[in-house]
Design a protein around this ligand. Structure first.
Ligand SMILES: C[S@@+](CC[C@H](N)C(=O)[O-])C[C@H]1O[C@@H](n2cnc3c(N)ncnc32)[C@H](O)[C@@H]1O
Length: 315
């Protein structure tokens, strides 16, 4: 997941080996994490794929099944892992994650504290942001979830960058051994305000905390608590709009257009179809393609609010 070669240098040219985790890509909404195992096969609607055909190929390779169907073998990045991991809890998705990494000002070498670990979706991106010299210490009070997250970090090759602890962070706070050591703290807890006094102890001078909460009442309570030790308190809601951009065929002068898949789609909201008396032009217009762009229907709406604050320096 974090492609380091034996000399700890970044290397993106690694070939697929026995035991590697690969993301098998059919479409952007149909991917799977698969551990490569010489004698195994992957079976899907396109046929049977032998893992032995994958070994020695570069990540990104298109491989074929016994029936001529194909998939791509992608390297397991945090972006893809977030889309294929097993959901043991609600998770953070790419729009919120990107915003968190940027606003927590994470760079290689940073020390980050996190709670709760949940399914490890955010932890995976935190780990890559601080690698190769930083570390993520993540805590969850649910033993089984912590154990599953640990297993996942082993699988994705991140275990040297992430340590998972079992602890009630709302009740006990973060362990004292991290006092003044954290560059950033991230909270995804039901009552984050209970953990904020401990966060203030853990952060280095001017370190940053981020708290993710689905409800605005949680945000209001957190902000109230943050005011005693923190400054620059800001809350964001990250809304992502995905667009579908493609060519559509006009199947009648007045009415509908036909998409690549032959399905009629609504008219685009742009300037188009000027009236003409020339009948050949009219025919041409009837079947010509026009570009269309429209927001995807299944775009995600509200996920939660992200509240950031910087520890106030005393002098
Ligand atoms: C929504 S999940 C976190 C998801 C995570 N951010 C991700 O992206 O995968 C919230 C987690 O907080 C944990 N949790 C709740 N209360 C806690 C507490 N007092 N101390 C530690 N963990 C807690 C839950 O067990 C749960 O796993």
């Amino acid at each position: 997941m974090f492609p380091l070669d034996s000399s700890k240098k970044l290397s993106f040219n690694r070939l697929i080996s026995e035991g590697d985790l690969v993301i098998t890509y059919e479409r952007h909404d149909n991917m799977k994490a698969v551990k490569v195992c010489e004698g195994s096969t992957l079976q899907n609607r396109f046929g049977v794929f032998k893992h032995s055909d994958w070994i020695g190929k570069p990540f990104g390779t298109k491989v074929f099944s016994n029936k001529g169907g194909f998939i791509y073998l992608l390297a397991p990045t945090p972006e893809l892992w977030t889309l294929v991991l097993s959901h043991r809890t609600q998770i953070l998705y790419i729009a919120d994650i990107s915003f968190v990494i940027m606003f927590l000002e994470l760079v290689p070498g940073c020390v980050v504290l996190e709670s709760g670990t949940g399914s490890g979706s955010l932890s995976t991106s935190l780990a890559r942001a601080v690698a190769p010299t930083g570390h993520v210490y993540t805590f969850d009070f649910h033993e089984q979830r912590a154990a599953s997250a640990r297993e996942d970090f082993e699988k994705t090759g991140l275990s040297s960058l992430v340590t998972v602890g079992v602890r009630d962070i709302q009740g006990e706070g973060f362990p004292n051994e991290f006092s003044g050591m954290a560059d950033a703290v991230f909270l995804d807890l039901p009552q984050p305000w209970l953990a904020i006094p401990s966060v203030a102890k853990m952060l280095r001078h001017d370190g940053i905390v981020c708290s993710f909460s689905p409800c605005i009442e949680q945000v209001q309570r957190s902000c109230e608590t943050l005011r005693s030790n923190f400054t620059d308190i800001r809350t964001f809601e990250v809304l992502l709009r995905t667009y579908e951009v493609r060519e559509v065929k006009m199947d009648s002068y007045q009415g509908k257009e036909e998409g690549d898949d032959g399905v009629s789609v609504g008219a685009p909201p742009c300037k188009r179809r000027q009236r003409s008396n020339d009948s050949s032009n009219l025919l041409e217009n009837q079947r010509s393609s026009i570009p269309m762009a429209r927001p995807c229907m299944e775009a995600k709406g509200h996920t939660g609010y992200l509240t950031f604050a910087r520890l106030r320096c005393l002098s």
